[in-house]
Design a protein around this ligand. Structure first.
Ligand code: PNW
Length: 492
């Protein structure tokens, strides 16, 4: 036992000492919260059990299995639908303050539509999970929607059709009614850019539509309205009695100018405008940023469109959007170098509207996911940018993690990554006065990584996909995170 502890300490020492150079205060504030995140389709499995309806991910990955790198899908995944008690035991062992998971819309409302009936078994599943978490002193942080649109609603245009807003709001209402007595933190949406632009403009994620320069904007527009209406409903009907908080998760890389030139600096600002400010500006100030509106409108008219490809909010929508959150969730993984592009993007497209070329520095360490390079200082710069541009909102880091191809238990690279990124969080809190209220590691266990199938692993826990039992084994990074949480400190 003593030897083991000594061994662990010696192993962690070089990682911790290199990561925390230049950091003076290693302690997290008392009220800082630590968690881990997952999402329903990526871990639950049981895709058609107990009356669950089909989501677009069930449907499209059955229809076009070759779209996924290893032709896999989330039919069984980590089987968390049956093994949630084991998951909660792991979470308790890890010592997290909260667990961020998502609810599968089609488990609650199999047909998706408002008033189309609920599934008692589906409702029971999340009741059990929430109760199990609370019995272990872990707060449930619930994502209402993590990309799994009901297939029935997709057949009617999905997020391109504004009628989905009503269906979403009524689904959210059911969740507040069912679980709001115990769930105090809600996230309406996970990452507009990933399910809207990639799902409706670039055909890179379900529902694999390629309406470039149009689909992503329409989807985002409807989802922003759905978010703001849900916030209003929560504030007016639930907040006083349930005393909870509602936010959402938006992802962004940090956009770093490729060189010191003014032009590259402008390119990086443009990238932040299109990849982040675009989504957050309406929630804080009520409308899209003026520069973004002007640019897309100008391009649209040059391209022969009668109106801007970017939809407009009306006065009452603006009113509803402004200030419609209690906290902002940030999903952040990496940094991109930005310069103006002479590359030909499709016209029209979101990429062309922005017009910025992104690259990676050849010295950066790249993970198993090619887009994910380890650039810890990018997180600190991003947090300072958010503080300055978005009025320093309460910010919860809702995802941050590292991908490997193997699921080895000695995952030094993952330990390095989390330690380095956490040390930048500490600098942002102590030296830059950023309002960061917590950190969430992505992800609890190796799971279905969307179009990369099971080939990219982000987990703190290994899952044996060859066993029907889906045996879970904590990796070294699990024990490192456990230690950080226990001490509320990067090193003792
Ligand atoms: C997130 N990027 O997606 C999702 O919320 C998770 O479901 C997913 O498993 C996780 O990140 C890891 O991929 C992102 O290119 C995917 O910057 C890509 C990016 C950001 C977020």
């Amino acid at each position: 036992m003593v030897l083991n502890l000594l061994w662990m300490f010696l192993k962690f020492l070089p990682i911790i000492t290199t990561a925390v150079q230049g950091l003076r205060n290693l302690t997290f504030p008392n009220n800082f919260k630590f968690g881990v995140a997952t999402s329903a389709y990526q871990i639950e499995g049981a895709w058609n059990e107990d009356g669950k309806g089909q989501s677009i991910w069930d449907h499209y990955l059955h229809k076009y299995p070759y779209l996924v790198k290893d032709k896999s899908n989330g039919d069984i995944a980590c089987d968390s639908y049956h093994k949630y008690k084991e998951d909660v035991k792991l979470l308790k062992d890890l010592g997290v303050d909260f667990y961020r998971f998502s609810i599968a819309w089609t488990r609650i409302i199999p047909m998706g539509y408002k008033d189309s009936g609920v599934s008692l078994e589906g409702i029971e599943y999340y009741n059990n999970l929430i109760d199990e978490l609370l019995a272990s002193d872990i707060e449930p942080y619930v994502t209402i929607f993590h990309w799994d649109t009901p297939k029935t609603l997709e057949e009617n245009g999905g997020w391109l059709n504004n009628s989905i807003v009503d269906h979403y709001v009524s689904y959210a209402r059911i969740l507040f009614e069912l679980y709001g007595d115990r769930v105090k933190h809600w996230l309406t949406f996970n990452e507009f850019s990933q399910f809207c632009e990639e799902g409706y403009s670039r055909a890179e994620k379900a529902p694999f539509k390629s309406l470039q320069g149009i689909g992503g904007y329409q989807c985002t527009h409807n989802a922003l309205i759905a978010h703001s209406r849900t916030y209003k409903m929560y504030v007016e009907e639930f907040k006083i009695s349930q005393k909870g908080f509602l936010g959402l998760s938006v992802d962004t890389a940090w956009a770093e100018p490729k060189t010191d030139s003014i032009l590259d600096k402008l390119a990086a600002e443009e990238e932040m405008l299109f990849s982040y400010f675009y989504y957050l500006h309406p929630l804080i100030f009520g409308d899209y940023p003026t520069l973004l509106k002007m640019k897309i409108s100008l391009k649209s008219s040059v391209q022969g469109f009668r109106t801007s490809r970017l939809p407009k909010f009306n006065e009452s929508e603006i009113e509803l959007l402004r200030g419609s959150f209690d906290f902002i969730g940030l999903n952040h993984y990496t940094t991109a170098l930005c310069s103006w592009s002479n590359q030909k993007f499709p016209v029209p497209s979101e990429l062309d509207d922005c017009g910025v070329k992104q690259s990676q520095n050849t010295t950066w360490k790249i993970s198993a996911a090619p887009w994910l390079a380890e650039v810890p200082w990018g997180l600190r710069k991003l947090l300072v940018w958010i503080k300055e541009k978005l009025n320093n909102p309460p910010l919860l880091i809702t995802e941050n993690g590292w991908a490997t191809t193997d699921s080895n238990l000695d995952d030094n690279d993952r330990m390095n990554y989390h330690t380095k990124y956490l040390s930048e969080v500490l600098k942002a809190i102590h030296d830059d006065d950023c309002n960061v209220i917590g950190y969430t590691a992505w992800t609890l266990m190796d799971n279905f990584e969307w179009m990369s199938g099971y080939g990219e692993k982000f987990g703190l826990v290994q899952v044996d996909l060859t066993s029907t039992n889906r045996t879970r084994t904590p990796k070294d990074s699990f024990f490192l995170y456990q230690k950080i949480i226990r001490n509320r400190k990067l090193i003792e």
